[in-house]
Ligand binder design. Structure first.
Ligand code: NOJ
Length: 580
């Protein structure tokens, strides 16, 4: 059985939209030009464990981020999102929070957090806090109390199923070695629900006290001055808490049966009123429901709920060792753009801490094409409509590490999946091959700063090995090379920041049937840009339509453009942007 692919598919189904019920709007619509600062941002995502360690314990820390703020500033980005930095036993690297008002010891102190925030603000860099409230850690005081007795005041902070009612109806857990989301707890002879690992019990949002706790926590951070919130796994906070049996074929629309529950919008309006409307902040939901309609219901401005969402359709592309087809990639991004052209706002990203490195998945990480393909992919992210999220290290073209042995992996998903495959008598070689490509650890290896020991990340032993290509792929080397991925990235961020057309302009796909080249235009009033991206290793010639007869070159990831009249030949992974 294709175990890992299956788990990943379920993971993304959990997070992603099933836009089969498409509201096809292939024609470009009039732009949504309601201007907002968070639409104009370029967000740099940092996995704090892996960015910069200053105390030699092998784990990145807040001081390290402070030390590197000038670097972040030099990229031209104007917002940073950090994965969770709260106190946590780290069953899922911080996505299991034991105290929402404290900083994880390994990362530093609250004073360091305050300093980091003010140093960011001094540089006009805004800050997004990860908020993980579909579940807490089982080591959170709330859960410790909740499990003590059935009449404990915290009992209803979580979902409990008394054993005398029989076994609860099946629910799938993403991170459980047996795939079971109900865990029996003998202390009170009851089961508790955990969609993720057993150390991440789901909070019961039906309980108004839980909701108030969350709003208070968010206000605590908003008072400190954070500028945004990323709401982890948020579509799952509202569930059908009668937990009925799952109907036949539920796998086709997992979200509908696991989340997007009847009260989600009530909670979101409350959250908006209690927190978001009171501060100059925005919130982005991880996940966007089951279809365009769901996604609109989360983010359309007149609903007063959230400002932005990530859909995961783009991440569903290419989740296999066979790779992906450009036609599918184009189709996903074109449909999602047109569905949100008039109203609503989304994120644009090709990687994060849950997926392989962008260049290894969508480009090619061999020495010949790595740099060109990484530059081309960053060109895509920074020229699409939606707020771009760039994952740390992708500005350098960092690649998958590709471990061979299970002992090298740290991620709970990799380890539990291994156990599950063994328990079920699955094909372990197939599992390991898939893991090598798709594991979340691929995207979590330490930042490559220079060519000294441990890539300048730590003086100790890094918590996850450094990719051995660090001597070639690192900040120091690329800083000194005008043609590096890093310097190209700075150029393209600057272009986005200086040209509202790249933020707000209408998008239109051209040359839809070209198998190698993704070509599109962005137009806003009289500003018009043409973007040509070769997603292949082949030289590819295209005929430019008449209206592009006098294009003015703005960006090129090669030194030349091969053009004869209307015929233009793109080199492997060439990226070009023109004014026309
Ligand atoms: C989504 C996060 O991105 C992922 O890293 C985490 O494991 C799960 N939510 C559970 O919090």
């Amino acid at each position: 059985m294709k175990n890992l692919i299956f788990c990943l598919a379920i993971f993304f189904l959990f997070a992603s939209c099933n836009d089969d019920k498409k509201e096809e709007a292939e024609e470009p619509e009039v732009s949504n030009i309601q201007k907002e600062w968070w639409k104009e941002a370029v967000i740099y995502q940092i996995y704090p464990r892996s960015f910069k360690d200053t105390n030699g314990d092998g784990v990145g820390d807040l001081k390290g981020i402070i030390q590197k703020l000038d670097y972040i500033d030099s990229l031209g980005v104007n917002m940073v999102w950090l994965n969770p930095i709260y106190s946590s036993p780290n069953a899922d690297n911080g996505y299991d929070i034991s105290d929402y008002r404290a900083i994880m010891d390994e990362f530093g102190t609250m004073e360091e957090f305050d300093l980091m925030l003010s140093e960011m603000h001094k540089r006009d860099i805004k800050f997004v806090m990860d908020v993980v409230v579909n579940h807490s850690s089982d080591e959170h005081e709330w859960f410790q109390e909740s499990r003590k007795s059935r009449d404990n005041p915290y009992r209803d902070y979580y979902h409990w199923w008394p054993a005398e009612k029989g076994e609860p109806n099946y629910r799938y857990s993403l991170f459980d070695p047996k795939g079971e989301a109900w865990k029996y707890d003998s202390i009170t002879n009851a089961y508790y629900l955990h969609y993720f690992s057993k150390k991440q019990p789901d909070l019961n949002w039906e309980n108004p006290k839980v909701r108030q706790e969350v709003y208070d926590i968010m206000k605590f951070w908003a008072e400190k001055g954070v500028d945004g919130f990323r709401l982890d796994a948020f579509q799952f906070v509202s569930k059908d808490t009668t937990f009925p049996p799952l109907p036949e074929g539920y796998e086709k629309d997992v979200i509908k049966y696991y989340g997007m529950g009847p009260n989600l919008h009530k909670y979101l309006k409350e959250l908006n009123q209690e927190v978001l409307s009171k501060y100059d902040v925005f919130a982005v939901s991880e996940g966007a429901g089951s279809n365009f309609e769901d996604a609109h219901s989360l983010v359309d401005a007149d609903r007063n709920e959230l400002q932005m969402a990530y859909h995961f359709k783009g991440m569903d592309v290419g989740n296999s060792l066979e790779g992906y087809k450009l036609s599918e990639f184009k189709e996903v991004y074109t449909k999602w753009d047109s569905a949100f052209a008039k109203e609503g706002w989304l994120s644009i990203f090709l990687a994060n801490h849950d997926v392989p490195r962008m260049v290894s998945k969508f480009g090619i990480d061999s020495p010949e094409f790595r740099a060109a393909s990484s530059k081309m992919l960053n060109t895509f992210i920074l020229t699409m409509r939606g707020t771009p999220y760039v994952y740390y290290g992708d500005e350098l073209g960092m690649t998958n590490i590709g471990f061979d042995s299970i002992s090298q992996y740290q991620d709970i998903v990799a380890k539990n999946g291994y156990e599950k495959t063994i328990n079920e008598g699955g094909d372990i070689d197939q599992y390991m091959a898939e893991l090598k490509f798709l594991s979340r650890d691929n995207g979590r290896t330490p930042m490559q700063w220079d060519n000294s020991d441990n890539a300048g990340f730590t003086t100790g032993t890094p918590w996850l090995p450094i990719n051995e290509n660090f001597e070639e792929i690192n900040v120091q080397t690329q800083n000194n090379d005008p043609n590096s991925c890093l310097n190209y990235f700075r150029e393209i961020v600057k272009l986005r920041m200086e040209n509202p057309v790249l933020v707000y302009g209408d998008y239109q796909l051209i040359l839809p049937d070209n198998k190698n080249v993704y070509a599109y235009t962005r137009e806003l009033d009289d500003q018009k840009m043409l973007i040509l991206l070769n997603f292949s290793t082949e030289n590819t010639s295209i005929e430019l339509p008449e209206k592009f007869s006098k294009p003015e070159l703005l960006i090129n990831n090669y030194s030349e453009v091969q053009r004869k009249n209307s015929k233009l030949t793109l080199k492997p992974y060439q990226a070009l942007i023109f004014n026309y």
